[in-house]
Each structure stands twice: as C-alpha cells, then as structure tokens.
Design a binder for this molecule. Structure first.
Ligand SMILES: CC(C)(COP(=O)(O)OP(=O)(O)OC[C@H]1O[C@@H](n2cnc3c(N)ncnc32)[C@H](O[C@H]2O[C@H](COP(=O)(O)OP(=O)(O)OP(=O)(O)O)[C@@H](O)[C@H]2O)[C@@H]1O)[C@@H](O)C(=O)NCCC(=O)NCCS
Ligand code: ADE
Length: 296
C-alpha cells in the first residue's frame, strides 16, 4: 500500500468558496488526474500513453504555471464578471501554459472546464449559497450559458473543435453550454457511488474515467482516430464496465490491455481526463456529497 496515496479519497474540505481554496483544489485535482495509473492512452507519472510530445514533467510544468489562474478566475466569478473577462483570463492561462510547455497543449481543456467551474463556485459562494453540485451547475448555466451557446456555434480552428464540427459531435463549448451533462450526470454519480462502496481512491477514479469515456463525445478521440476511433474507445469502455469495471479482480489488468489497444491506435481521451479532474475537484471542495473521514 502506498503511504502517500489516500485510502478512499481525499477528505472533502468543508464547503468553503474562498477563491484560494477553490483554486488550490483545482490544482490538486489536476494532479489527481495525472497521478492515476493505468489510464488508457493518457500521460501518467510513469508513461506517455499515446503521446510523443509530452510526459509527466510537461504536465507538472503546466500544472505549476497554472496555479495562480484558478484562484483568479474564481475571484472573477465572485465579482460577477461577464463572460468576456473569464475568456481573457482563460486565454492568458493558455499563453502561460504554452510558455511552460514549449507550446504543447497539456491543459487547454482543463483551463476551460475547471476554470468555468471555479468561476461558478466563486459566484455561488459569494451569493451565500451552499457549494453543491446542482447549485454549481445552475449557476454556470444561468450566468454564462448564453455566451457559451454563442461560442459553441462558432467554427473552431482548433483540432478538437474542428473534429467535433466535422463529425456532428458535442464540442467542449457545447458541453459547457449545456452545463456539462456528462460531468454532472455521469462522472459525479460514478465517483460518488464508487466512494460510497468504499473503493480505493485510485480504483474509484479509474472506474469514473471509464464511465466518462463510454459516453462523452471526446473531441480528442475524434481528432486522432476519427469517428471510428471514438466509437472504438466508447465500445471498449462499455465492455470494461459490463465486465465489472475497475473494482473487478482483473480490472486493472483489463484497463492496461485497453491502454495498449489505445496506444496502438494513437487514441487519447483528453476530454474524458478533464471530466475526471473536474469530478475530483468536486470531491475536494465538498460538493460531491460524499464525506470521507481524514485521508491517510
Ligand atoms: C473552448 C476551447 C476549449 C476550445 O475548444 P475547441 O473545441 O475549439 O478545440 P480544442 O481546444 O482542440 O478542444 C477542446 C479541448 O477540451 C477538451 N475536450 C475534448 N472533448 C471534450 C468534450 N466533449 N467536452 C469537454 N472537453 C473536451 C480537450 O482537452 C484535453 O485534451 C487536450 C490534449 O489533447 P491532445 O490531443 O494531446 O493535443 P492537441 O494539441 O489538441 O492535438 P494533437 O497533439 O493530438 O495534434 C488537453 O488540452 C486536455 O485538457 C480538448 O483539447 C478553448 O480553447 C477556448 O475557447 N479557450 C479560450 C478561453 C476561454 O474562453 N475560456 C472561458 C473561460 S474559462
Ligand atoms: N493525462 C493526460 N494525458 C494526455 N492528455 C491529457 N489531457 C488531460 N489530461 C491528460
């Protein structure tokens, strides 16, 4: 047993919406995602998955460069900033990431998704409401849903956005405009259920990741493998879950085998990884509704 790995998950902090704690939880949640292994096609602390241009060091550099961004965008949310201000803050963070990684896209999706969630949490906390999942989702959609809908209709020049457009999929912006349905309706219930069943933190995260891969229109999978690659990954994830998921006795071995199949096809579910990080953030800020005792 790893002495530094929490047994059943990080103890959720009492829901405090101070921008500093929301931001710190976001950085830790990105680490929760990076440190999970095995993780099909994705970069972990010890392997590059389907990526030639990045490894754990690239991710750590990016993660450290983004430390100040999450508290900043939570503050903007608390100050009821318009979408334009969030967008500028997000673009600055993308530039910081690019400087830290030499232009490699490690966290563009997370800057967007976790950034919006931090802003929504800042706003919710400032209005005196409890930080719970349904409140966060409502706050996001009410405040910035309109702007996100307009954004989702624009043609993107970025690889994920272009792949989503080409194949008629729900892009990252469209997912956000709908209030992140896969995060709130799939990832959070999966993580909460896994933790309530007492699964170890890494098993709970792995199970959640597969639940997300099974249903998300992951633009990275579509960009790298076309519609066929996306459907292949989703079918593999559904089969994994039908066979007992991560908690089955051979769960980790099957996840590794799926990882090999992803790598041989250059598939990488980057959008699903971001949803997992967002679910870990919810647990860390106490919005998941699962209160675990002090982590070991
Ligand atoms: C809105 C933006 C996020 C732009 O998005 P767009 O869709 O136009 O294009 P991409 O940036 O290419 O894709 C979006 C990224 O979001 C993640 N993602 C993918 N599918 C989904 C989904 N269905 N729902 C939610 N999120 C999704 C994903 O990010 C992760 O993967 C990236 C790594 O991928 P990788 O394949 O290694 O690298 P690439 O360089 O892309 O390609 P290759 O190397 O394969 O050639 C990594 O970023 C992960 O985090 C998608 O990449 C946004 O850019 C935007 O508008 N920004 C402006 C700031 C802003 O407005 N912010 C608002 C307030 S926060
Ligand atoms: N661990 C990871 N590996 C590759 N792409 C990612 N996008 C987000 N997290 C990732």
């Amino acid at each position: 047993m790893n002495a530094v790995q929490p047994l059943r998950g990080p103890a959720s902090t009492p829901a405090t919406a101070a921008p500093q704690s929301l931001g710190r939880a976001a950085t830790l949640a990105l680490y929760d995602e990076l440190a999970l292994s095995p993780k099909p096609g994705l970069v972990t602390l010890s392997d590059r998955g389907s990526h030639e241009d990045m490894d754990a060091q690239t991710f750590m550099r990016s993660l450290l460069a983004l430390r100040g961004y999450f508290p900043r965008i939570a503050e903007l949310g608390a100050a009821a900033a318009p979408f334009d201000a969030l967008e500028r803050c997000g673009l600055e963070a993308e530039a910081r990431m690019a400087r830290a990684t030499g232009g490699i896209n490690t966290h563009r999706g997370a800057i967007f998704t976790l950034g919006l969630l931090c802003a929504a949490a800042g706003a919710l906390g400032n209005s005196g409401h409890a930080l719970d999942a349904s409140g966060l989702r409502a706050e996001l959609v009410e405040r910035w849903g309109g702007a996100l809908h307009l954004r989702a209709q624009k043609v993107s020049v970025l690889p994920g956005g272009r792949a989503a457009w080409r194949h008629g999929l729900r892009s990252a912006s469209a997912e956000a405009a709908l209030g992140f349905p896969v995060l709130f309706e799939v990832a959070l219930p999966s993580l909460a259920s896994a933790l309530r069943r007492g699964l170890a933190w890494h098993v709970a995260r792995l199970d959640t990741l597969f639940h997300v891969i099974a249903v998300l229109d992951d633009a990275n999978l579509a960009h790298r493998g076309g519609l066929e690659g996306l459907r292949f990954a989703q079918a593999e994830a559904r089969r994994f879950l039908a066979d007992g998921g991560a908690a089955a006795p051979d769960g980790l071995a099957r996840a590794e085998a799926i990882g090999r199949a992803f790598v041989s096809r250059r598939l990488s579910p980057g959008g699903a990884a971001d949803m997992l990080a967002a679910a870990c953030w919810m647990q860390r800020i106490g919005a998941l509704g699962v209160h675990i005792g002090q982590a070991t």
